[in-house]
Design a protein around this ligand. Structure first.
Ligand code: ATP
Length: 244
């Protein structure tokens, strides 16, 4: 795994004035977010709020206007592949594993851009330590595993790319609450390694209970932001999103 120093006080990711949409239909409006090294930041909001669209704009799959800087590099002129090589790695909604490949081959696919063979081998062992279930299942076809195991495999595959920022879209979707909570615990472990995480979730309570800070998105705009524990206690957030 790779990471910038957690000592650095400037943001790892800086987004401002970002707008983007589909075929002339605007979806994101003047979005601004900052993520500091080794933070876990939750991006939450209801269905259709624009969370996935923001991830698409960050990974440069979707054109747009504004500023996106990762590790002091301007991502706006980059292709998705170049953004990936800069360290912006996405774990997609629905996992999108190679179902007919083994767990180990899926993990190695995550490292396909890396030439540092010894470090890749070390990272593979780190993944098996982080996800012991993946070690047990390393020779099993990815498509034959449970939803929770597939999510672990997708997260480990993302980490094998040695990301600066790992963006996870709908980590808990379709998973039992206990499995989702286990995955949140893994994020805390990943953060100890200095990896920074942007977690996109519809399960707002889960995301805010495991994150340091959060952004709440509504119809393509950031409407609340702050420390995750403050957002959980915010009466407006509770009323609108937590059913309290
Ligand atoms: P969900 O959790 O349901 O994925 P989301 O917050 O990620 O929600 P987006 O998927 O980003 O929301 O969708 C935001 C808006 O953009 C919605 O109005 C949606 O209909 C629209 N949209 C999403 N993808 C496309 C697309 N490929 N073409 C046109 N409009 C799209």
């Amino acid at each position: 795994m790779s990471a910038v120093s957690a000592e650095r006080k400037e943001p790892l990711l800086q987004v401002s004035g970002l707008s983007a949409g589909y075929g002339g239909m605007p979806v994101l409006h003047d979005v601004a977010i900052e993520i500091f090294p080794a933070e876990i930041v939750a991006l939450v909001g209801s269905n259709g709020a624009g969370k996935t669209t923001l991830l698409r704009a960050l990974s440069r799959v979707l054109a747009g206007n504004g500023k996106i800087v990762l590790d002091r590099k301007d991502l706006m002129p980059l292709t998705p592949d170049q953004a990936f090589q800069t360290g912006l790695v996405q774990v997609p909604e629905g996992r999108q594993l190679f179902d007919r490949m083994t767990v180990q081959d899926n993990l190695l696919m995550g490292a396909f851009r890396r030439n540092d063979k010894a470090a890749v081998a070390r990272d593979l062992e780190k993944m098996y330590a982080l996800f012991p279930r993946m070690a047990e299942r390393r020779r099993q076809l990815a498509g034959s595993m449970s939803g929770g195991e597939q999510q672990m495999c997708a997260m480990a595959r993302g980490l094998m790319a040695a990301p600066l920022l790992l963006m996870i879209d709908e980590m808990s979707l379709g998973l039992a609450p206990i499995i989702a909570e286990q995955l949140m615990d893994v994020l805390a472990e990943i953060r100890k390694e200095g990896v920074t995480v942007l977690l996109v979730e519809q399960d707002i309570h889960l995301a805010l209970s495991g994150a340091d800070r959060g952004y709440v998105m509504e119809t393509g705009r950031i409407v609340h932001s702050g420390l995750a524990k403050d957002l959980i206690d915010d009466p407006e957030v509770q009323r609108a999103y937590l059913g309290l």
